[in-house]
Design a protein around this ligand. Structure first.
Ligand code: UDP
Length: 415
């Protein structure tokens, strides 16, 4: 196991030292356990964002945790993006040859990963991309958990029927909220994701640094700014955000930042970006920023400098960008869907909206009621501190592993 930099202690200043003590206690019975997380990209998107932090923290707690990815050709990602869209309710028919590419790619990846996976005590398979690996590891000794990060509340049935066959044999699955749970023949756990308050994306930045980022992108801090940070994906509705901005701008001076980048497992980004550029129509107050995958500090500064954070998704598994905005004391105007509903407490931490008109109305309201904006922002930070920090996610993962590994015992000693 690699040597790890200790940093768990640093979280005590955010969440209190008793939380850290409890994590250490929970981890005692997991010392040396081999845990593997598998997904399909090291950067871009929420899953990579979470694993980058969760895995080192598990290592620091004495767990032999590692993170591997599966890779494939363009057709593989075309198929898995089809799964993603279908799971979020789009009627996508995936041709048989693409399904064969999906299965074949899993087989190829299994060749390399099999020894590690069959040896592991616990395996977390994230989303559908690597889901076939379970069936390809017949001598597995550990518990396998399918972790679904997607809004699967109303999946397109023919595709879900195919995927359900693949995920049914898992020992358990995890969904982000109750509305996503599906009839499956194993235990389902509800665990919402979280953010890392000490990461470059979320740590405190001083105003000087925020200003310098705004200057670099020539965004005027003297006029109101709204921001949506997202992959260029139709479910994130960037064009709807532009429509809302246009309506709100009739009443307030306003600038819009749409900051995004690609994820290596998302083949649709380019096409959506083109649609967004066309909708923006060279408006000098719309800043479309294509950022590299490691632009965490830049995104942090952009979110901190904005007046309001938007996440006008039409479907959303959880929406880490919502959590990031709330944590930075911004009210969030979010699509009334999926995991956004867990985070945006209507009229308290932000507003839930269903249309560009609704979003425009709320933008206008907040910009004209600055006190309310500040109050909501304060509530938002508190709400995230209590519910959506990585220490909570870590605790739930540890509890789940302890439960799965000792489940049949009458008593589980934690010390
Ligand atoms: N993100 C980023 N760069 C980008 C776009 C997004 O770093 O260009 C980050 C964003 O800050 C958030 C995560 O990727 O931490 C996106 O997670 P979310 O749950 O909002 O959406 P997903 O992409 O997983 O659907």
């Amino acid at each position: 196991m690699a040597t790890v930099q200790p940093f768990l202690e640093n979280y005590a200043e955010v969440v209190g030292s008793s939380v850290i003590d409890q994590l250490r206690q929970l981890a005692t019975s997991l010392q040396g356990k081999k845990v593997v997380h598998i997904n399909s990209t090291k950067e871009g998107g929420g899953v990579a964002e979470i694993l980058t932090k969760l895995v080192p923290l598990q290592q620091e707690l004495g767990i032999d945790s590692r993170w591997e990815i599966i890779t494939g050709e363009q057709k593989f990602y075309q198929c898995t993006k089809g799964f993603h869209n279908a799971m979020q309710g789009e009627p996508v028919n995936i041709p048989e040859p693409l399904l064969r590419v999906y299965e074949k790619t899993n087989e190829q990846n299994a060749e390399e990963l099999r020894p590690m996976l069959e040896e592991a005590d616990v395996v977390f398979i994230h989303d559908p991309q690597p889901a076939c690996l379970l069936n390809l590891c017949p001598n597995r000794k550990g518990k396998w958990i399918w972790r679904c990060h997607i809004d699967v509340s109303h999946p397109y049935r023919p595709v879900w029927k195919y995927l359900r066959e693949i995920v049914s044999p898992y020992d358990a699955s995890i969904f982000s909220l109750q509305a996503f749970a599906q009839p499956l023949p194993h235990t389902q756990y509800l665990i919402p994701p979280s953010i890392d308050p000490l990461s470059e994306k979320n740590m405190f930045l001083d105003q000087k640094e925020v200003r310098s980022v705004y200057e670099k992108f020539q965004i005027d801090m003297e006029r109101p700014v709204i921001i949506q940070v997202s992959r260029f994906d139709r479910f994130k509705d960037p064009v709807g955000v532009i429509q809302a901005y246009r309506m709100a701008k009739k009443f307030n001076p306003l600038q819009l930042v749409l900051a995004g980048g690609g994820a290596s497992d998302d083949p649709e980004g380019e096409a959506v970006l083109e649609e967004v550029r066309a909708a923006a129509d060279n408006d000098p107050d719309i800043h479309i920023l294509m950022l590299p995958p490691d632009a965490h500090r830049t995104i942090n500064a952009l979110q901190r400098g904005a007046d309001i954070v938007i996440q006008k998704s039409l479907k959303e598994g959880f929406g880490l960008t919502v959590t990031e905005g709330l944590w930075k004391g911004k009210p969030v105007i979010g699509g009334d869907t999926g995991g956004i509903r867990l985070q945006v407490m209507n009229h308290h931490t932000g507003f839930l909206v269903s249309t560009p008109e609704g979003a425009a109305l709320r933008i206008r309201y907040l910009l004209q009621h600055r006190n309310r904006l500040t109050q909501m922002g304060k509530k938002a930070t508190k709400f995230v501190r209590r519910n959506f920090l990585i220490t909570r996610l870590l605790r739930e993962h540890l509890t789940l592993m302890v439960g799965l590994l000792h489940g049949a015992e009458d008593r589980i000693e934690l010390v």
